[in-house]
Design a protein around this ligand. Structure first.
Ligand code: FES
Length: 113
């Protein structure tokens, strides 16, 4: 049987111009790292510490629900962003690899003005 906790999973990434690409998401990577390391334009200027919001993404509302409560820092930062959407916004640096997320679609949020 495959050990799903250590298995590489896949996701579909939608760039800011709508271009779709299929990416591999390795165990141990945050979602931000999977996007950035696969060449998506995620600046991640704070390095994944929930303090820059340049890794803001939109997920399916059902996925956001499954992920559970956002951390306090994440929520405060997201609420300050121009394109925050309660149902779909997450900071991708705060989303850990999880086999249950295999096949999700991730859309990069527009860059802040
Ligand atoms: S990388 Fe800075 S908030 Fe996610």
């Amino acid at each position: 049987m495959t050990d799903t906790t250590t298995a590489t999973i896949g996701l579909t990434a939608l760039d800011r111009d709508g271009a779709a690409s299929e990416l591999a998401w390795e165990p141990g990577q945050s979602l931000m790292e999977a996007l950035r390391d696969n060449g998506l334009p995620v600046l991640a200027s704070c390095g994944g510490t929930a303090s820059c919001a340049t890794c803001h993404v939109f997920l399916d509302p059902a996925v956001v629900t499954r992920l559970g409560e956002r951390g306090e820092d994440e929520m405060e930062l997201l609420e300050e962003t121009e394109h925050f959407d309660e149902a779909t916004s997450r900071l991708s640096c705060q989303v850990a690899h999880d086999a249950a997320l295999d096949g999700i679609t991730v859309r990069l949020a527009p860059e802040e003005e």
